[in-house]
Every structure is written in structure tokens, then in C-alpha cells.
Design a protein around this ligand. Structure first.
Ligand code: T3D
Length: 262
């Protein structure tokens, strides 16, 4: 049996592929645990400087596998879906705090938790035929995997609530127009475009990129003055790192920089 998560590392870029195409890459508990373990390996591997997350087959992910024993309703049995979410949270947290930048290549439909794990990545590209569905309300649930946090920040409260309450399918092009994702690209160029973005990120100073992500996320909840202080703290630390010295020296020497910090 092929693994539900496939990992490959090439030239500083780690590719993680959701690999249950026969089930539209719907998540099971073992699959999520494998994904969390793969992300931990990315975090621990100093050679990796960017991540590309994508799906095998025609879907990115149909979200929770509704056949999974932990969630499948049984007459007379009250299921605690929190136990299922315990398998998602390490993944959602890892994607948001990975020590390298993340690119999601959404190759097809991304529903429920599949949509929100994709939207948790730093730069999200989607194929023209792909779509995003906040499928939760249709089965009596709320948007999880960070959906309630991500959606209003990405598209504002009005659109977030329309997407979350109605659960309609949003095309990749409309998602890009709304600012839910970075870009919609032809299906045949998605993998190459995602790799190109990841390679560009891998060549940049990783710790500055990761701190930028953390500051942008934190700033949404900070008064302006506290955001200024947080920027000062980060800049102070980065200014003492190798990558800053290398970047400035390379600029002055009129040569390409070679960044090494992570
Ligand atoms: O534990 C908890 O429940 C809490 C966690 C929640 C997180 C969540 O993600 S909740 C949301 C769960 N996901 C959904 O509700 C999405 C359900 N699927 C769909 O709406 C549609 O299948 C898609 C929009 C994703 C794709 O539509 P389409 O028309 O391209 O394909 P299809 O014909 O609907 O599906 C193909 C097959 O996949 C079909 O099986 P069959 O008839 O060929 O035997 C379908 O039942 C199966 N499938 C699709 N999604 C799921 C699934 N099987 C199990 N779980 C799924 N999520």
C-alpha cells in the first residue's frame, strides 16, 4: 500500500503530497499523524528551506474522511469530534509555525479541513479548475483547522461569513480575486509555478521570512505601537545574524547573496 503522505526533498525544497487519490485525499487519523510527522521532519532538517504542499489525483483534499471510525455517526453513540481534531491541530499548528516558508499548490477541490489547511500556508496557488468549499455548515459543524481565524483575516468578516455559513463552492479564480489565495494559474503550470515560488523562497533569508509571517499574524491583534515594538525586537535580532551581513555585503559587492541561516 502506498503511503497516504509522500515526501520528497530536492534542492532545498521539500514536497509533501497528500496521497489518497482514490478517496480524494480525505483525511484519516493515521494520514494526519503521518502528515504531522512529515512536517516535524521538515522542521528538523536544516537542508530544507521551503515546503510545497499539494495533493495527488484530481482533488487537493475532500477534508475529513466521513467514513473514518472516529467521526462516522453510529446510532446511540455520541462521538466526540474533539478527539478527531486532536489529529488535525498538530498539522494546523505546524504549518503556521514551520521554520521555513510554505507554498500550497491546490490542484483540485479543497473542502472542509482540506481548504483550511491549504489556506494556512504562506503562499497559496491554485489550478484554474480547483475550488474551495467551507463544507462544514452542511454537516452541522463550524470551520475548523483555523478557519474561523483565517477567513476573516483573508477576506473580511462579510465574505468570511458568506463562505462559512452557505458553504458554497468558490472557484480558484474567484478565490484569487477576493484575496483568499495569492494566485490562480493554469493547471498544467501549477506544479512548476509552485516549485518556482518555493525555489525563490529557499534562496531568500529564511529566518527573516519566518519572522515576517509571525509578525504579520501577530500584528492583526496588536495596537500599532506594539507592532512597532515587535518589529524593533525582530529587526534587532536579525541585524546580528549572518544573513543580514551576507545580504548587505553581497549588495555592496554586486554579487548574488548566499544565505545560510535557518
Ligand atoms: O471529525 C470531524 O468531522 C471534524 C472535522 C471536520 C473537518 C472537515 O473537513 S468537515 C468537512 C468534510 N468534508 C465534506 O463534507 C466534503 C464532502 N465531499 C464533497 O462535498 C464532495 O465529494 C467534493 C466537493 C469534495 C467533491 O465532489 P465531486 O462531485 O467531485 O466528487 P463526489 O462524487 O462527491 O465524491 C467522489 C467520491 O468520494 C464519492 O464516493 P463514491 O460515491 O465514488 O463511492 C464520495 O462519497 C467520496 N467522498 C468525497 N468526499 C468524501 C468522501 N468520502 C468520505 N469523506 C469525504 N469527505
Amino acid at each position: 500500500q502506498s503511503p497516504s503522505i509522500a515526501t520528497a526533498i530536492e534542492g532545498g525544497v521539500c514536497h509533501i503530497t497528500l496521497n489518497r487519490p482514490e478517496a480524494l485525499n480525505a483525511f484519516t487519523a493515521p494520514m494526519l499523524d503521518a502528515l504531522a510527522a512529515a512536517l516535524q521532519e521538515v522542521a528538523a532538517n536544516e537542508q530544507v528551506r521551503a515546503l510545497v504542499l499539494t495533493g495527488a489525483g484530481r482533488a487537493f483534499s475532500a477534508g475529513q474522511d466521513l467514513q473514518e471510525p472516529l467521526v462516522r455517526p453510529e446510532p446511540g453513540v455520541r462521538k466526540d469530534l474533539g478527539l478527531m481534531l486532536d489529529h488535525y491541530l498538530p498539522v494546523a499548528r505546524a504549518l503556521r509555525s514551520l521554520p521555513v516558508p510554505t507554498v500550497c499548490a491546490v490542484n483540485g477541490v479543497a473542502a472542509g479541513a482540506g481548504a483550511n489547511l491549504a489556506l494556512g500556508c504562506d503562499i497559496v496557488l491554485a489550478a484554474e479548475g480547483a475550488s474551495f468549499i467551507q463544507a462544514f455548515s452542511k454537516i452541522g459543524l463550524i470551520p475548523d483547522c483555523g478557519g474561523t481565524w483565517l477567513l476573516p483575516r483573508l477576506v473580511g468578516r462579510a465574505k468570511a461569513l458568506e463562505l462559512a455559513l452557505l458553504g458554497d463552492k468558490l472557484s480558484a479564480s474567484e478565490a484569487a480575486r477576493l484575496g483568499l489565495i495569492a494566485r490562480c494559474v493554469p493547471a498544467e503550470t501549477l506544479a512548476a509555478e509552485a516549485l518556482g515560488v518555493a525555489q525563490r523562497l529557499a534562496a531568500l533569508p529564511t529566518s527573516a521570512l519566518v519572522r515576517t509571517r509571525a509578525l504579520v499574524d501577530a500584528a492583526m491583534d496588536l495596537p500599532f505601537d506594539e507592532a512597532l515594538s515587535a518589529e524593533r525586537t525582530a529587526q534587532s535580532a536579525l541585524g546580528q545574524a549572518h544573513d543580514y551581513q551576507e545580504g548587505v555585503q553581497a549588495f555592496l559587492d554586486k554579487r548574488a547573496p548566499r544565505y545560510a541561516d535557518r
